[in-house]
Structures are given as structure tokens and as C-alpha cells.
Ligand binder design. Structure first.
Ligand SMILES: [Zn+2]
Ligand SMILES: [Zn+2]
Length: 259
């Protein structure tokens, strides 16, 4: 089993070396280090980058030297990957950056709608029902655009809104069908994301309703634990192994990745 989505201290995770060591201890044959990266030039994003220090666009070459070194030390495949923030307005900047950086593969994520992180409940709790529905519509427009852009091998946590109580349960079958249809026609594949699977909420992305539509459209999937701490890896790996066994899914590698 391989895990195509973990973070390191090149964004908001623990030390790169600790993450790789935990992946090896968990018995993984491969681990993909997919640190957050945002290349939007709008002021909001530029200031968020300086506040949070997610600067893989500036540090990927240093991280690559680290990964090369760890490849000699550890007995598993280590993939040099990225989790890019996607926004339709940034397509040209993302395309230029990905071509220049040459990662093993790229994960695309919609994290923000209208400058608000969709994982943060307080961003939406004061909104009216209609405003929340508009956020959900915007989210799926962005997600479909991400898939249609063909910029990414993987799309992360495709029903991320389900994490967020004010936005949860608002996606319609029409939203989900548009997503499934877009994946069916794209090289981009969704991941089974275990980032919240073992939390109180017990959420797997995509949830049953979307997952069954993706299967109806014959969309392949990959897997990621979305771990940020070494201790998260083994339990989430076990969870994903059981999940794919129970559901009969056969996860695949990202497009173009040699094993
Ligand atoms: Zn993410
Ligand atoms: Zn992530």
C-alpha cells in the first residue's frame, strides 16, 4: 500500500524526515509528500502565505534535496509532490509553476471560496441559508473547473464541505453528478482521503453518496491519509486498507507515476 498525501514541515506538517520514517514503519511501499502551495498573486493570499509560512513555491528545491537524501536512507518510494490551492483565476500561474517545478505529481485542492477557508465553521455560521447555498454552488463550480483544467493528477478531499457543519449536507445530486461527469472525462482522479476518518466526525472523503456516483461513472480513485503528524500515519493507513477492502475499491497510482 502507498499513501499519496502527507504533509511535512515544508508546509503545516511535522519534520519531513519524521514523516518518512513513520511511513516506512507503517509498512508503506511508498509515500507522497504533498505540501501546501499557493501561487495566487492577490493580496489576501500573499498575506496568508506570510502569516502561515506555506512557501513551497520558494522551497521546493531544498525539499527535493532532502527527499533525495531520504531516498538513500529509507526503504520505500518517496514521491516529491504538491497540494496546490486551486482557483480558476490562478490557472495560468499554476500551470507555469507546475511546469517549472516538475513534481512527481500534483494534487489540486479547493480550500477557499470568496477568500474564506471552507473548513472553518465560523466563516459561515452567520450566513443566511441562501448565502450558504451560494458558497456550496461556488465550491462545486471551482471543483469542476479544477477537474476540467487537467492541471492535476489528483483532486483532494472532493467533498471537503462535509467537514464543516454550516455547509454540510447542502450538496445536491446535481452538484455530485457534475463532479462525477467531469472526473469521467479527465485524467484527474479523486482520492479517498482519511484526514478526518478517525476524528469524532468520522468523515471519509468522498462520502457514500458521492462515492457511489463516482463508481457509477467508472472513475478510478487513489488514496491519501492527509497526515500532518507521524503518529497519524499508521492508524490512517490501516483504516484505508480496511476501507478499500470492504468497499472493493482498487486504488490506482497518479497518472504517469512510475512505481
Ligand atoms: Zn487539503
Ligand atoms: Zn492535505
Amino acid at each position: 500500500m502507498r499513501d499519496f498525501h502527507v504533509h511535512s514541515n515544508y508546509s503545516d506538517g511535522e519534520f519531513l524526515r519524521s514523516m518518512v520514517r513513520a511511513a516506512e514503519s507503517a509498512g508503506l511501499e511508498g509515500v507522497g509528500v504533498a505540501d501546501h502551495c499557493n501561487v495566487a498573486t492577490r493580496e489576501h493570499h500573499a498575506s496568508m502565505r506570510s502569516v502561515y509560512g506555506f512557501n513551497l513555491d520558494l522551497t521546493y528545491e531544498r525539499r527535493r534535496r532532502g527527499i533525495d537524501r531520504l531516498r538513500e536512507e529509507f526503504d520505500l518510494a518517496i514521491y516529491d509532490a504538491v497540494e496546490m490551492d486551486y482557483d480558476l483565476r490562478d490557472e495560468a500561474a499554476i500551470e507555469t509553476f507546475l511546469a517549472e517545478a516538475g513534481f512527481d505529481y500534483a494534487i489540486g485542492s479547493v480550500h477557499d471560496i470568496g477568500g474564506r477557508n471552507v473548513q472553518v465553521s465560523s466563516n459561515f455560521s452567520a450566513m443566511s441559508e441562501a448565502e450558504r447555498d451560494a458558497v456550496v454552488d461556488d465550491y462545486f463550480d471551482q471543483l469542476v473547473a479544477l477537474v476540467e483544467s487537467e492541471l492535476f493528477e489528483i483532486a483532494a478531499h472532493v467533498d471537503l464541505l462535509e467537514r464543516t457543519p454550516p455547509l454540510r449536507g447542502r450538496a445536491t445530486d446535481d452538484h455530485y453528478r457534475r463532479v462525477a461527469q467531469a472526473f469521467a472525462e479527465s485524467r484527474t482522479i479523486p482520492e479517498i482521503n482519511a484526514g478526518r476518518a478517525l476524528s469524532d466526525a468520522g468523515i471519509v472523503h468522498p462520502s457514500d453518496r458521492l462515492l457511489s456516483l463516482l463508481r457509477e461513472y467508472d472513475v478510478a480513485v487513489t488514496v491519501g491519509t492527509d497526515s500532518h503528524q507521524p503518529t497519524e500515519i499508521p492508524n490512517r493507513v490501516d483504516f484505508l486498507a480496511e476501507f478499500v477492502a470492504e468497499t472493493g475499491l482498487e486504488p490506482v497510482s497518479p497518472d504517469g507515476l512510475e512505481r
